[in-house]
Design a protein around this ligand. Structure first.
Ligand code: G3H
Ligand code: 13P
Ligand code: ZN
Length: 337
């Protein structure tokens, strides 16, 4: 089937009370890992590409790999989503390329670093909503700023510096008409989220609950949701890596989020850790190997295992065939009405 609307996937998730993992990709092996995990668990899928991923893959390679994914796994509904679009131009270029969902991250200025004003955020997000909905494409916005920095994107703050204000979130949704809303509740991008297992003081699920009460019909998005599992850290460090001790977002906390309106859960770091650990292991144990497949196959398998575990934990497993995906034209008509 063709790439599908994220709005429909998230509406289905809301009906079923589950969350959908949104996994970042840069290359073929990562796409294959996610699609295999989806087939095995019968999951609907969100694949997302950052601006860095689009540049790395020269756009066309990534897009055509995604088309290959729809051909090889025709039974799986797949969304292709622009992660952290920094400007309306980035989002529009994704839409023109064939992405079925875009994030306009107007919480930061177009430099991807400087926190913006509420007015700026509303203006750029509204512009993207108008352009996207006319073509049936879904829009995610962000209010409050995530912590951390990835590939130059992010304010470089800790997770608690720019938490989402619930009243502002409500106003933002009213003014922009976004389909999904990323909120800042203490998480941050990358491996170094928390110095110790998070508590209610550092990971504010109560704030999430308050936002959900105000916006019961808006699909909430948790960014920075890698769990940074100890076993994946240990594999990397055992085979020559130098990760510092760190804690991610416990899966149980994500599940609490899902019980309270979170429908999209962004995961990148856990896949990166799984891939790196598997490659380091082959390099350490079989230094005579030089065929890239000897380490890329275990890397792909390691990522598949993490993605499968998350699909099961988030509840999307078993839901791939619950609905008939609407075309983007049908989605555009429903937005217009
Ligand atoms: O937004 C953060 C994701 O982990 C993407 O990271 O910009 O390094 O591709 P990236
Ligand atoms: P992690 O770094 O926790 O995987 O977060 C990824 C993310 O939020 C991508 O937008
Ligand atoms: Zn993010």
């Amino acid at each position: 089937m063709p790439l599908v609307s994220m709005r429909q996937l998230l509406d289905e998730a809301a009906k079923g009370g589950y969350g959908v993992g949104a996994f970042n990709v840069n290359n073929m092996e990562q796409i294959q890992a996610i699609m295999e995990a989806a087939r095995e668990t019968k999951s609907p899928v969100i694949v997302q590409a950052s601006r860095g991923a689009r540049a790395y893959s020269q756009d066309n390679f990534l897009y055509h790999l995604m088309i290959a994914a729809t051909e090889v796994y025709p039974e799986i509904p797949v969304v292709l989503h622009q992660d952290h679009g920094n400007s309306p131009e980035t989002c529009k270029s994704a839409i023109n390329m064939g992405f079925t969902s875009v994030m306009m991250d107007g919480s930061l200025m177009a430099d991807g670093k400087t926190p913006s004003s509420f007015e700026y955020n509303v203006k750029v997000t509204r512009e993207v909503v108008d352009a996207a909905h006319a073509r049936g494409v879904t829009v995610e916005g962000e209010i409050g700023c995530l912590g951390g920095i990835e590939d130059g994107h992010g304010a470089g703050l800790d997770g608690l510096s720019h938490l989402t204000d619930p009243a502002q979130a409500e106003e933002f949704v009213k003014l922009t008409g976004v389909d999904a809303l990323a909120i800042a509740i203490g998480t941050s991008h990358g491996a170094y989220k928390f110095a110790k297992k998070p508590t209610g003081e550092t990971l504010k699920i109560d704030l999430l609950i308050e936002i959900h009460k105000r916006l019961p019909n808006t699909h909430l998005v948790m960014h920075g949701s890698s769990s940074v599992p100890q076993d994946l850290q240990d594999i990397i460090n055992k085979y020559g890596g130098k990760l510092k001790p760190t804690f991610g977002v416990p899966v149980e906390e994500i599940q609490r989020g899902i019980q309270n309106g979170v429908r999209k859960v962004n995961v990148d770091t856990d896949s990166r850790l799984a891939i790196t650990g598997a490659i380091r292991k082959v390099f350490a144990e079989k230094p005579e190997e030089f065929d890239p497949r000897s380490y890329l196959k275990p890397a792909r398998e390691a990522m598949k295992q993490v993605v499968m575990a998350r699909m099961i934990a988030f509840g999307q497993a078993g839901h791939a065939f619950d609905f008939t995906p609407a075309s983007l034209e049908e989605m555009a008509k429903s937005y217009a009405s």
